[in-house]
Design a protein around this ligand. Sequence first.
Ligand code: NAI
Length: 256
Amino acid sequence: ARTIAVSGTASGIGKTLAGLLREQGDTVIGVDLRDADVCADLGGAEGRSRAVAQVLDLCGGTLDAAVACAGVSDFTELPVKVNYFGVVALMEGLRPALARAEAPRAAVVGSIAGTHPADDEIVRDCLAGDEPAALEAAAKAVAAGAGSRTYPSSKAALARWMRRACVTPEWAGEGIPLNAVAPGVVKTPMSAPLFEDEAMLKVMNEAVPMPLNGYAGPEVIAEALRWLISPANTHMTGQVVYVDGGAEATLRGPDT
Ligand code: NAI
């Protein structure tokens, strides 16, 4: 049996993935704000290092896979803290334990929103690893009425971090595939408020057109993650896998 760390296990996609993995006999170490094996706030430095330390302790220093599902979606600077710096800190912190496993795998959850208009300054500061600057840029965007750009920026930056990291000696060199699944709209507690507001729903349906089978359930995303972190995935790395009912293909248009 493999030991797998999953963040965001208290709800939605992370919770569903943890269930699937436990069903197939894996040991899951769940990380979340509450109701988890490791309760920690990935939005801040203290919580991140505590989360890493406790996971390393629970797995005994060797980890077969790590999946970052924890995330937030709002129009503040919080997505930058949790979706970018929280995810990167967790993955980088757990990487040495992955490197000790026989068939280590890693995956993060991005979003179709990573293809939506982003704030270049936030993305640049994230990739530079400068959290104070990224948060300042995000606060500036919020103050300018562009708070809707913080979430797309966090996910765009995460996809770029993943592509940069995956080919380095630390990841590829240690035999660790690192990928992202990017959902369209998934029916979870995160997206529930959208379905209660007709105007929001209309905006969302235009921003995320899903001609194939409509909105997904969390199990759809969890199944894709399950494969990416399985021993069967020996050569796929650095990919953003859109599991989005055709949203990315639609938004990309017919000429690319
Ligand atoms: P959810 O809200 O159901 O679950 C997210 C989990 O992350 C919660 O259990 C929450 O407590 C945890 N979390 C949030 N902030 C945290 C923090 N600071 N520290 C530790 N844990 C924290 O959301 P869902 O839908 O399962 O989202 C999972 C991932 O999928 C997120 O990264 C989200 O951005 C992404 N996603 C979701 C979509 C959707 O339509 N639901 C669409 C595209 C991407």
